[in-house]
Design a protein. Structure first.
Length: 303
């Protein structure tokens, strides 16, 4: 009796020859058992492989989801960092502007060197314990700092305007000697130089050489330049803040009505024109239409 066996695990079919039918039947049973076991093992192996692939696929899906969530968190964090960087840049620009304004005000206000140094951070200290700052708290702190910068900027701008106006006011207020020399006749009552008794002297006389420069005591607009009875050649300046100054007995006037003059600018030359006994400058100061003693302004330094 011949039996042919064909299976996947055999390279080629096998032919078995049996002389006795009982032996052949036993052999066929054994072969069947082996084939059954092989089939069962193969089925189990294929089942186990499928379960593994399913588990791997599940893990891969979870990994992909975590990677997407991580990428999204990273993008969101980067957006927050970019927003904070932009805010810091804006605040740095405001800080630079405030520092520049502070430096300018220090110069305008003539503050002592080192009293207000805008290029160095102020000293700080303390024994506080440090901890991480949440991004939300950091953004709130930046908002508060920006508001503080804006408030400080407004205050400094107001201060700058006040100092600027004060500087303009100082320039328009008479200060210093308008001619070289010394005071030869004071303000107020005096003996008339022509022997006509007592008289009120509306200004002061500064003894100077003929041709010496006569300079404006403050900046303003020339309101009169010409000859006036008793005064000879006269220059009168309106300083626009209630002050007027008058310079008389000039040998020559160097400005005309309507001219804008600066403090310290030469406006005339010392002379002896008009009712005068010799070369000198007659200098008067008016405040709100009233004559005042010019002496209080002569020693005042120009601001």
């Amino acid at each position: 009796m011949n039996v042919i066996i064909a299976a996947n695990f055999l390279r080629s079919p096998k032919k078995l020859a049996f002389d006795q039918p009982k032996v052949a039947a036993t052999a066929l049973g054994a072969v069947a058992l082996v084939l059954g076991l092989a089939f069962t093992a193969g089925f189990l192996a294929r089942g186990a492989d499928g379960a593994a692939r399913a588990e791997i696929a599940k893990l891969q899906a979870e990994f992909d989801q975590q990677a997407r969530e991580l990428a999204a968190a990273r993008d969101e964090a980067q957006l927050e960092v970019n927003a904070i960087a932009a805010r810091v840049g804006e605040l740095q620009a405001q800080a630079n502007r405030l520092n520049a304004l502070g430096d300018r005000l220090t110069q305008v206000g003539k503050l002592k060197d080192g009293e207000f140094n805008f290029n160095e951070l102020p000293g700080q200290g303390g024994a506080e314990s440090a901890e991480d700052v949440p991004a939300g708290d950091l953004l709130s702190s930046l908002d508060a700092l920006e508001a503080q910068f804006a408030h400080s900027g407004r205050q400094l701008s107001v201060l700058e305007s006040m100092l600027f106006n004060q500087k303009l006011e100082n320039k328009r207020t008479p200060a210093g000697m308008p001619a070289p020399g010394y005071i030869s006749s004071r303000y107020g009552g005096r003996n008339d130089p022509f022997g006509r008794g007592r008289a009120h002297h509306a200004g002061i006389d500064i003894d100077a050489n003929s041709g010496d420069p006569v300079t404006a005591a403050a900046e303003g607009v020339v309101s009169f330049s010409g000859v006036r009875s008793g005064y000879g050649n006269v220059v009168e300046i309106d300083h626009g803040n209630g002050y007027k100054t008058l310079y008389a007995h000039n040998s020559a006037n160097l400005v005309r009505s309507g001219d804008i003059v600066r403090a310290g600018q030469q406006i005339a030359k010392v002379g002896s024109t008009g009712r005068s006994t010799g070369s000198h400058l007659h200098f008067e100061v008016q405040l709100n239409g009233r004559q005042v003693n010019p002496r209080q302004y002569l020693d005042k330094a120009r601001g």
